[in-house]
Design a protein around this ligand. Structure first.
Ligand SMILES: *[C@@H]1O[C@H](CO)[C@@H](O)[C@H](O)[C@H]1NC(C)=O
Ligand SMILES: *[C@@H]1O[C@H](CO)[C@@H](O)[C@H](O)[C@H]1NC(C)=O
Ligand SMILES: *[C@@H]1O[C@H](CO)[C@@H](O)[C@H](O)[C@H]1NC(C)=O
Ligand SMILES: *[C@@H]1O[C@H](CO)[C@@H](O)[C@H](O)[C@H]1NC(C)=O
Ligand SMILES: *[C@@H]1O[C@H](CO)[C@@H](O)[C@H](O)[C@H]1NC(C)=O
Ligand SMILES: *[C@@H]1O[C@H](CO)[C@@H](O)[C@H](O)[C@H]1NC(C)=O
Length: 713
């Protein structure tokens, strides 16, 4: 149920307040008439007091001094009355259109300085965000106190009436973000008790150190506090003394340099602390035992150290990304950590301090997610994983690791994703029976030339394999018997669905290389000169959906694609194709990319065969001929096929110096009854005329001669 709340209608539908517009108008009219009468009275010189009392008394009694001027007054008043009556048909002052949804009133974005005076009784939620409120007083809130939720985000509040919230015993959520509360704080006045408020947003208010005190001094129920995007530099010991129920604090995006000892320790219920985007350089003796989520991302941390106590800590998630740590953090011994992000730091090793003996003896029994990407790690010893029994995601991409090996089958038994991309890997070893749960392996951007040729066959759950930007070679079936072969085999990887082999300088793709591997996506792009056997994709008949062959310098496609019954998406862009293979109706392609090739004509029958399934076709940058592709043109112009790059699809027409956009080509442009035919017609006519003329001349001549003869005869 939703009504528009304006001055005069909507209220009754909202079932809250009866229409206030008409009575307001009547009151205005009454005042106007009164003012008019007063001035007339002064003009005619009668005692104003008399009129005032008479009028405000509401009786019709008019004092005798007035009688004389009654007629004149009436004459003067009449036009006014008429205009007032006319005005009442169109209420002169609309209240802005707030929306009412049950007991919630939405008055956002209306340039208001205060809430509408006629708020429904029992309103629970008032959204006054993005308005022009400056002074937050009882009046601005239309003297209502029953709110549960007040949203004053993005106003210009610089003054709050002290004690305003004292009587709001139901107010649970108060959003004062993006105002000018720093101005108010300068007056050093407490806003008074926030009796019931559980969630308070003071973000983006230009508050600096100490200013939050005026808002937090007496907020016993406060659980959720945001002080984000202010200018706080220091968290003093007593900052949260008046808000001991806090469970979640955000101080994101301040300039915190210092946290005094004990500032957070007294908050026994604190479970979530966001200190991201500050200037903290060092955390020592971390001991917030009840904290579950701690975000220290985007600081200048060089060190994170916990106390060496064996007390259980509840920390589940710790984000230390984008800092300046050289050493792995020293975490609580007795921890429940599940998520640890130390990406984008300056880790050179996994040592906890500079001293190699002081290795981590911390157990991560619960750790599921470990991100150490974008560091300077040169190696990760296998022993590092000894105490990470339940790790599922390991991201060590963008480091300088040249060798990685897991040989102990008891390590990383639950790992599903390993990201080793963008390192300088030359050797990668996964021992027998290791990584049995691994599903996704990212190895792109390394220097891998050789791998154990049966390496991927030993990973029973591998589904995604990203090997782009390496120098691998693919084994043919007979190479498998070589010992040891310097190539990798991709046949019989029983669960592999996504295989990316682009940019590997692959030269040949022999027959049957993917036999018994149920690939859905195969990317062989950017292997220029790749020589694909006719049967290189056999075995993929019922699985392959996506085939990518971009930038391979292919001039003709010899590989049998027709037998790939599941194939739906082909990318052949940036090659040297001059023609498409003969494809028939059984080929149900949905998207085809032919950009940047050498196509001049498109076989009409092939295009007709494709049309029944084709949804998207990329065709730009080909030297198409306009007039030998009329069938294709017709298809583009009349079928449902979408050509997203239509702007760049041009063709060559001999009568135009520039390529013509394909949408502009018409049938007529290619039927040429014009100049040439015209010239031929003219020439033929001329010839005919010459012949006729010649005949005529000859005829006349012979007659003359006959004449002459007869004459002479
Ligand atoms: C807000 O309150 C201050 C002080 O109470 C007053 O001086 C000022 O005029 C008020 N501003 C508005 C727009 O009501
Ligand atoms: C805490 O407050 C923030 C900002 O007002 C809000 O987005 C968030 O949903 C609140 N969380 C809880 C648990 O109340
Ligand atoms: C930590 O804060 C940063 C910056 O605000 C944010 O991008 C990141 O998602 C947060 N981390 C977690 C684990 O929520
Ligand atoms: C590391 O890998 C994980 C899982 O694949 C991913 O969610 C995360 O975004 C990656 N980290 C970075 C910094 O890219
Ligand atoms: C692996 O790391 C690279 C580079 O950090 C990133 O782009 C990619 O998204 C990561 N993979 C996953 C699955 O997160
Ligand atoms: C691409 O193929 C053409 C012949 O079709 C050849 O001249 C050229 O060298 C090839 N380019 C590359 C990068 O293989």
């Amino acid at each position: 149920m939703q009504d528009i709340l304006t001055g005069c209608d909507g209220w009754t539908a909202a079932g809250a307040v009866k229409c206030g517009g008409k009575s307001q108008l009547r009151e205005a009219l009454r005042l106007a008439v009164f003012a008019w009468l007063l001035s007339i009275c002064e003009w005619v010189g009668v005692c104003a007091e008399d009129v005032k009392s008479t009028w405000s008394g509401g009786t019709a009694k008019i004092s005798h001094q007035l009688k004389v001027s009654t007629m004149a007054t009436f004459q003067l008043l009449f036009p006014l009355l008429v205009s007032c009556v006319a005005a009442s048909a169109h209420p002169p002052r609309h209240l802005p259109p707030c929306q009412v949804v049950q007991m919630d009133v939405f008055c956002n974005d209306l340039s208001l300085r205060s809430a509408p005076v006629n708020l429904p009784h029992g309103v629970q939620m008032l959204d006054l965000s993005r308005n022009q409120v400056q002074n937050l007083t009882q009046e601005t809130l239309a003297y209502h106190t029953g709110f549960h939720h007040l949203n004053l985000h993005s106003n210009k509040i610089h003054f709050i009436q002290p004690g305003l919230f004292k009587d709001m015993t139901d107010l649970k959520v108060l959003d004062l973000s993006k105002n000018h509360l720093n101005v108010f704080a300068l007056s050093k006045i407490n806003i008074g008790p926030l009796t019931a408020v559980e969630s308070l947003d003071l973000s983006s208010n230009g508050l600096y150190t100490g200013m939050s005190d005026y808002f937090l001094a007496d907020s016993p129920s406060l659980a959720n506090l945001s002080l984000g995007s202010n200018s706080i530099t220091k968290i003093a010991q007593d900052t949260f003394r008046g808000s001991q129920s806090l469970t979640k604090i955000s101080l994101h995006n301040n300039v915190i340099l210092e946290i005094e000892d004990g500032a957070f320790e007294s908050l026994n219920r604190l479970s979530e602390l966001d200190l991201s985007k500050n200037s903290i350089t060092c955390i020592t003796d971390f001991n917030l035992r009840n904290l579950k989520i701690f975000n220290l991302s985007k600081n200048s941390l060089e060190l994170f150290q916990s106390t060496r106590s064996k007390d259980p800590h509840k920390l589940i998630s710790l984000d230390l990304s984008e800092n300046k740590m050289h050493y792995f953090p020293l975490l609580p011994i007795n921890n429940k950590l599940e998520y640890l992000d130390v990406s984008r730091n300056q880790l050179q090793s996994i040592n906890v301090t500079g001293n190699p003996e002081n290795r981590t003896n911390v157990y991560f029994y619960e750790l599921r997610y470990l991100d150490m990407s974008y560091n300077q790690l040169k190696s990760i010893p296998e022993s590092f994983f000894y105490c990470m029994g339940f790790l599922e995601v390991l991201n060590v991409s963008n480091n300088c690791i040249s060798s990685f090996s897991i040989t102990n089958p008891r390590l990383l038994q639950t790992v599903k994703i390993i990201n080793l991309s963008y390192n300088s890997l030359q050797t990668l070893t996964f021992g027998e029976n290791t990584l049995q749960a691994l599903e996704e392996l990212f190895l792109q951007g390394n220097d891998l030339t050789t791998l154990d040729y049966q390496m991927f066959q030993r990973l029973p759950n591998i589904r995604h394999l990203h090997l782009q930007q390496n120098n691998l070679e693919i084994c043919t079936s007979d190479q498998n018997h070589q010992n040891p072969p310097d190539c990798v085999s991709f046949s019989s990887i029983t669960n592999l669905q996504f295989l990316i082999l682009s940019e590997n300088n692959l030269r040949t793709l022999p027959a049957n290389v993917f036999a018994n591997t149920p690939l859905k996506l195969l990317d062989l792009s950017q292997n220029p000169g790749l020589d694909m056997d006719k049967d290189s994709l056999s075995g993929l008949e019922h699985s392959l959906v996506h085939l990518l062959l971009r930038e391979n310098n292919i001039s003709s496609l010899n590989t049998d694609l027709l037998s790939l019954k599941s194939l739906r998406h082909i990318d052949l862009s940036t090659n040297q194709l001059t023609a498409l293979p003969m494809w028939n109706k059984e080929f149900s392609i949905e998207s085809l990319n032919l950009q940047h090739n050498n196509l001049v004509t498109l076989e009409y029958n092939t295009m007709i065969a494709l049309e029944h399934s084709l949804k998207t076709l990329y065709m730009g940058s080909n030297p198409l001929s306009c007039c030998s592709n009329l069938g294709f043109l017709h298809m583009v112009q009349h079928s449902t096929v979408v050509v997203p790059d239509i702007e760049t699809v041009t063709c060559i027409h001999e009568e135009y110096s520039e390529p013509v956009n394909i949408e502009k080509v018409t049938q007529e442009m290619c039927h040429r009854p014009r100049i040439q035919n015209y010239i031929i017609a003219v020439v033929l006519t001329a010839l005919l005329m010459i012949i006729v003329l010649g005949l005529l001349v000859k005829c006349c001549h012979s007659r003359k001669r006959k004449h002459h003869r007869s004459f002479s005869a």
